[in-house]
Design a protein around this ligand. Structure first.
Ligand code: GLP
Length: 254
């Protein structure tokens, strides 16, 4: 695991976009797993800029969303399909047939998971998997639990996640209670993982995830077992890591 220090959100976004763009340049047919939330928005803006300036070409890349609210279709402005389309896909040259998203409106939950598993198999191994981290250590929608989850599944969201994500909805009761998500095994099967974290609210959980015990109670802690993880975090998110494990940050002193 490599932990990279970024002075602020802007720098974090630029560093992350540089990794995604190099992945696609080195392997144009890369399979990429993308995330939603506030954290990756700057990364996507930077990727759009790179595309517009012809620094990167996504025409052979395959892209996918790793989670989605159950009950929201791609036309709902709170769905993750909508988010990915309006924050990234519509501005770059990814093709529809190379884009994989959950159908949030499909209420046949098991069937939707099976459909996504089959499509993921067709897309092939994920070359680069982006990840954010929730305040309770969740990754995608894998909430703290008693065991690490396996493949693609549907889950009940925790109160903490509903609370955190309610900032994107008119009222808390509008937040769906269930979601589709890649499981921990799906995420861990990616060749390379890029974890992003920004802001003070993430400082405690980031330290726990990177240096605490590996436990399903902190789902992100499983990343300690993956052979190829880059963590890019801004100074605020890294606060506790800087205090307790400064020597573990690759570029802190540079
Ligand atoms: N399902 C998403 C996660 O994939 C995301 O990483 C997390 C953090 O979001 P943010 O970047 O807004 O802090 O929130 C949501 O619950």
């Amino acid at each position: 695991m490599r932990i990279w220090y970024a002075k602020d959100y802007n720098k974090m976004s630029k560093m992350a976009a540089a990794i995604v763009a190099s992945q696609v340049t080195l392997k144009p047919s890369s399979v990429l797993a993308f995330i939603t939330g506030s954290t990756p928005i700057g990364t996507y803006k930077e990727l759009i800029r790179k595309y517009e300036e012809e620094e990167v070409d996504f025409s052979s890349a395959k892209v996918m969303n790793i989670d989605e609210y159950v009950g929201l279709s791609k036309t709902s402005d709170q769905s993750y399909s909508y988010f990915m389309y309006h924050n990234l896909y519509k501005y770059i040259n990814v093709f529809e047939e190379n884009t994989l998203m959950f159908r949030g409106e499909n209420l046949e939950l098991d069937k939707e998971c099976q459909r996504m598993e089959a499509n993921l198999k067709r897309f092939g191994t994920i070359d680069l998997h982006l990840l954010g981290i929730g305040r309770n250590g969740h990754v995608a929608f894998n909430e703290p639990s008693d065991s690490f989850s396996k493949g693609i599944r549907h889950v009940e969201l925790s109160n903490e996640t509903i609370e955190d994500n309610s900032r994107f909805f008119d009222t808390r009761s509008d937040v769906p209670k269930r979601a589709y998500t890649f499981g921990i095994r799906t995420i861990m099967s990616a060749k390379r993982i890029l974890l992003l974290a920004s802001g003070e609210a993430k400082q405690e959980i980031l330290y726990k995830a990177l240096f605490g015990p590996i436990t399903p109670a902190v789902p992100a802690s499983v990343l300690q077992l993956h052979p190829d993880v880059d963590v890019i975090a801004d100074e605020k998110a890294l606060k506790e890591v800087i205090q307790r494990m400064p020597e573990e940050i690759v570029n802190l002193r540079r």
